[in-house]
Write a new protein. Structure first.
Lengths: 144, 442, 442, 144
């Protein structure tokens, strides 16, 4: 059997109402299978789509070898201790464990957050001064 | 007028608030835990904000995150719903201090009413009948035994800061009283961070009847009749009705006037409930719930008044849309609480419908009921021109309600509603325990 | 009292009848076609019987099979629902001759009211205002032109046996009248097996307002106020309201009294509707619908009266449960008809809920909407203390209604309800056509 | 076996009432499968289970080589022209086309039904005097 025959078979199978197909001849073996049609559960799609907040915690995902630092509380994200001060961390910076990396302001309290391990800042995921919800990814980092 | 409101709650009450807000043109932001990300309130609101992990103490009880979320999401008001922080004076203060409107009474009023002893004294000062009891807290066994001596048994030991049956014990002798006093106090301390307890005469089998109040900030305090919540399991209400079969027009006036007088004196605003026990035609003040209650739809049904709307108008300094004389109590309404008995994925959900049927629920086919929170998943409300008509409709509607994938109390509710003793209406708070003991509900 | 009832209909009205029967303790047997075997009414009834293949003429219009099924299933009454055989005097007679109770007026009354000319004469005899028109049928072009000469244009040609817009033509000149007379007559013949047509003055943009009547067999005839059904597409009602924004208390009394007088004289029993056109504050009798109507829940909402129950009581020779003075019209109610625009499998269905919302539907997730029958799949009814409140609630509820898998008119209904011209309330029966022409609904 | 043979087989299989098919010959092996009937849609299960009427049209199914004669109207099924008369047909009888096989009474009319072809009565599926709904199987017969 040639590949083009296989392609033709795949197409026919896809259009068919079948869920599985096995074929074996002269050392050729083919098996085709469709995903099972589980009921598509999920909440109703309301006409008014909810707004999403900056950096919802589903995305982005950490890349390979990196991890995400998430907001432990709801607040306003600041990269620097004061408006005119330099940021705690820039992309590419190496930060020692215990050094501050950002501030989350909540109820007029400035909550400083420190690196919990030695790390490299791979990406800064929230803009300065933006609100973050609980669990929102703030930094993508790599342990060093 | 409020433009944007943070819903600091979950489940059916969050959806309830969102619905009224939508009708009033108010933007809603619902605060939710990680476990409630896919919930119907989150999908229904204009916006949502995650305020913590699944356990309520870190999310729905997290004052800092809730207030911050309200401020940063541009809300000008916070609705606390029921349960969670809805009667927490500290939360109400934090909301106010952050420049937002708290949908509820003033923090000081919440605080006073949260202390059951102070609330009872306020009622006594106005000459409202109360259940005889110790004049104040009982600090030790000797004080307790002295008070018991003059009151006589049976007595009930209650937590001053309490509710929901916690720290509560019934005692029938000096010996029992001595035995449980420390236990009750410790339980109260654990539940409410306040071990103060007091004694009350225990009524063996009274009716639980409460008066719904709405009050604005212009001095209007109006009652919407009573709700009979006598059908309870372990102090948890299961079925609520209005009117009560044991309340005569005269008793209704007396209770209504007492409730209005009390909340007027306290400067109460918004929606609140004054709870009474009724025994042999007499009413006894019990406590005030300084928030909207789960069973408020029963009163909405007999008055046609949207109570959540009245809460929001009051908090916005708007005048109430009616006076006492405009409130017409019409027909009969009954609510059955549908409680989940297991967490899990709802595989099929069919809502009852038709004439005289209201359904408040956040369930949908495919929803995963999380194990973290209160077990209330739906409220089914039926109306009729009379109690028999309303109860026949409730039986019919319970028969239509289909929830698969999780276990619920629907079948038990059908049995209660169909039971001749419930239908006849002659019973007290012990009804459910009695029926369970007899095996009539299994 | 009726013990067992055959439901000779399908869809939401069948379910509606079953619900009330269940509340009244009446056993139900639902007659169904092969196509409706898996329908919710069939599953909800106590029993079911297949009475024919999918096409209605062989099943829901099959008098022999329906009557036989009623007799053999041990029923003592037949409810015809709406549409199908509900206004068919021959069916009512067959039911009666088989010894069963027909839930509706006497066959002779149905027959008289089915003849639009005779019905109009009955109204005229009582001095009830009617739309000026030909004194009777117009048999040929000469008769028609003579009548037109004294009436003046515009005129409407109508079928005596008609309804639903069939055999109806608007004419604005002698020429047009001559042209369409034969066509209209043929159309009437085809639709109703009776080619008789007559002429009426055509009101350009009136309101369609109807009075709901219930009557028992003891001589009590009571009206439940009006319904405004002005929002129509091709003579098909889409939205119904009560009260009507154009009906003053005085006009309501006049219309109500006229409707009661007419049906009393005719010896009418059960539920019926007297339809009027209202133009510049005056009402004109149009016709009587000798059955319950799709939009009856609107009147149920403002009166608290279960109209299906009253039909059954009247047919059982029971006295009505109220008098005219007991009927209190309270608040405002509105119904939106949800129509399917395609047949097919419903893959998701979520019903709206909460305060003031009623849903009547036979849909469920997984149901296959067959292509054979009327397109009405759900009725959404909302109440409010005022029209603005009720319409805001309807907007909210339409937003919650989720039907996937088939196409429906839900989005169009939302646009109508939200449209400033509808909200303002100043419009006539041309509203929908105008909005469609303007593209305001697409 | 050629691919075009496989395609033909797929088509035949799809139209059939089968759910699985296996084929093995001379080193050729084929297996076909249809999706199981998920999702499990259906109306809610009401606590009050509806009564079913005698001989609902779903069951029984005709056997191989036989077919079902179904009720063309709602009525009472009679096997004989009168209470004291012998039945039109017994199990095993051979009936000529045009001969009566039963009566369905509806609205006091006795509707006689005849065999539409020469047939053998394999089974009588309804008891004498019982109600039948539209489409209810009355006889299992074999054409002769």
């Amino acid at each position: 059997m040639e590949l083009k025959d296989l392609y033709a078979l795949m197409e026919k199978f896809e259009k068919s109402g079948l869920s599985e197909l096995g074929y074996k001849k002269d050392g050729t073996e083919i098996s085709l299978k469709k995903p099972s049609a589980t009921p598509s559960y999920g909440p109703p799609a309301y006409p008014t789509a909810p707004e999403t907040h900056p950096a919802p915690s589903e995305a982005p995902q950490a890349g390979s070898g990196t991890e995400l630092i998430r907001a432990p509380l709801v607040g306003t994200f600041y990269r620097a201790p004061a408006p005119d001060a330099p940021p705690f961390a820039e992309k590419g910076d190496m930060i020692k464990k215990g050094k501050p990396i950002c501030i989350l302001e909540a109820m007029k309290l400035m909550n400083e957050f420190q690196a919990e391990f030695d790390l490299e800042i791979v990406e800064i995921l929230v803009d300065d001064g933006k609100m973050v919800e609980f669990g929102a990814p703030l930094f993508e980092v790599r342990r060093i | 007028m409020i433009q944007s409101l943070l819903v600091a709650n979950r489940g059916e009450i969050a959806l309830r608030v969102i619905r009224t807000c939508r009708e009033m043109g108010i933007r809603t932001v619902v605060a939710h835990s990680v476990a409630d990300r896919d919930s119907l309130p989150v999908r229904s609101a204009d916006a949502s904000v995650c305020i913590g992990p699944a356990p309520a103490r870190d999310s729905y009880l997290n004052i800092r995150n809730l207030v911050t979320a309200g401020v940063l999401c541009g809300c000008d008001a916070v609705h606390p719903g029921v349960g969670f922080l809805s009667e927490n004076a500290a939360f109400a203060r934090e909301v106010r201090d952050a420049g937002l409107i708290f949908i509820g009474p003033d923090p000081d009023v919440i605080e006073l009413l949260g202390d059951k002893i102070r609330a009872k004294r306020s009622a006594m000062d106005l000459g409202i009948p109360v259940i005889p009891g110790s004049a104040g807290p009982v600090g030790n066994v000797k004080e307790a035994l002295d008070a018991a001596g003059s009151l006589g048994y049976p007595l009930i030991v209650k937590a001053a800061a309490g509710g929901g049956g916690k720290g509560m014990r019934i005692v029938r002798s000096d010996r029992e009283l001595s035995d449980v006093l420390a236990v009750a106090s410790q339980e109260a301390m654990k539940a409410f961070a306040d071990g103060t307890v007091y004694l009350e005469k225990y009524l063996e089998n009274p009716r639980h009847v409460e008066i719904q109040i709405v009050a604005d900030r212009k001095g209007n305090v109006v009652h919407l009749g009573e709700r009979d919540c006598t059908v309870q399991q372990n102090h948890q209400k299961l079925i609520e009705e209005s009117p009560s079969i044991v309340v005569t027009p005269e008793l209704r006036s007396r209770m209504g006037e007492d409730a209005v007088r009390l909340l007027r004196v306290l400067g109460y605003t918004g929606a609140g409930t004054v709870e009474f026990l009724v025994d042999e035609g007499r009413h006894y003040f019990m406590e005030v719930n300084a928030r909207v209650q789960v069973e408020h739809p029963v009163s909405e049904a007999v008055t046609g008044i949207d109570i959540i709307r009245q809460q929001i108008l009051a908090a916005s300094d708007e005048a109430m849309e009616f006076r006492q004389e405009d409130v017409m109590l019409g027909g009969y309404a009954v609510e059955c609480r549908i409680n989940a008995r297991s967490a899990g994925r709802v595989t099929r959900f069919e809502s009852p419908g038709g004439f005289g049927v209201r359904m408040d629920t956040f369930l949908y086919a495919g929803y995963f009921v999380p194990p973290w929170y209160d077990h209330l998943v739906a409220k089914l409300i039926c109306v009729g021109r009379t109690r028999p008509e309303g109860l026949r409709r409730m039986e019919r509607a319970l028969g239509e309600l289909t929830i698969e994938g999780i276990d619920t109390n629907t079948a038990m509710q059908r049995k209660i509603v169909a039971h001749p003793r419930f239908r006849k209406g002659v019973y007290g708070t012990s009804l459910l325990g009695d029926l369970l003991k007899e095996g009539a509900l299994s």
